[in-house]
Design a protein around this ligand. Structure first.
Ligand SMILES: O=C(O)c1ccccc1N[C@@H]1O[C@H](COP(=O)(O)O)[C@@H](O)[C@H]1O
Length: 222
């Protein structure tokens, strides 16, 4: 599940968008359970989308500081291959969720400065893989993710090379190759960078993103 060269398309909420991601060759597809997001997926629709993706890509369900009831209903509906936690869950809570729900956990951690890398060791012990994202804007009502914001990828030069992570935050078809070459990330994740409007996935942008990421993985690190 955690081989390198992975591409995740997140924030999928329609069968058409899912088909576009699967046709393009996405390795993982992500579904958001966060009602304030334009990408939020209701449970019934989630069941259908999960069925459509089964056996074709790894299915990821994303939640933000979920309680056990929210996790239980999401796991029942999406039957995910992985749970993405995109809130301020502590390392202990990440471990508890992983143990209680028996699914691998991808834990998002916000990066803005080198000091933020210090938190990663404890999360790396608790989660199956880390997802490094930009921190959300401080504006009231801002989403915890999916904002199309990147962080300074050069900060990752100071990262312990044994830490396995997925890179996200503001990736687009135009910058994903540079991001992979600069960081050596073994996995990338995109949501708003392959949309034509918030929550509306765009087939051509998904294809361009997957093509650019695959070419960069094939070319290796600069
Ligand atoms: O996409 C959302 O609406 C969302 C809501 C709540 C938490 C996280 C969310 N998105 C995730 O954020 C990263 C980065 O997204 P972007 O590529 O910068 O738009 C990604 O994992 C999204 O799935």
């Amino acid at each position: 599940m955690f081989r390198d060269g992975l591409i995740k398309i997140c924030g999928i909420s329609t069968p058409e968008a899912l088909e576009a991601a699967l046709d393009a060759g996405a390795d993982l597809v992500g579904f958001v359970r966060f009602p304030k997001s334009p990408r939020h997926v209701e449970l019934d629709r989630g069941r259908d989308l999960a069925r459509q993706a089964r056996g074709r890509a790894q299915r990821v369900v994303l939640l933000v500081d979920p309680d056990d009831a929210a996790l239980a209903e999401a796991v029942e509906a999406f039957d995910p291959d992985m749970i993405q936690l995109h809130g301020s869950e502590s390392p202990d809570r990440v471990r508890e969720i992983r143990d209680r729900f028996g699914r691998p956990v991808l834990k998002a951690v916000g990066i803005a400065e080198e000091a933020d890398l210090a938190a990663l060791a404890r999360y790396a012990e608790a989660a199956d893989r880390l997802l490094l994202d930009a921190k959300p804007p401080r504006t009231p009502g801002a989403l915890p993710g999916g904002n199309g914001l990147s962080f300074d990828w050069r900060l990752l030069a100071a990262l312990d090379p044994s830490v396995s992570y997925m890179l996200s935050g503001g990736l687009t078809p135009a910058n994903v190759a540079e991001a992979i070459r600069l960081t050596g990330a073994g996995a990338v994740d995109v949501s708003s960078g392959v949309e034509s409007a918030p929550g509306v996935k765009d087939r051509a942008r998904i294809e361009a993103f997957v093509r650019a990421a695959r070419a960069a993985y094939a070319g290796g690190r600069r």
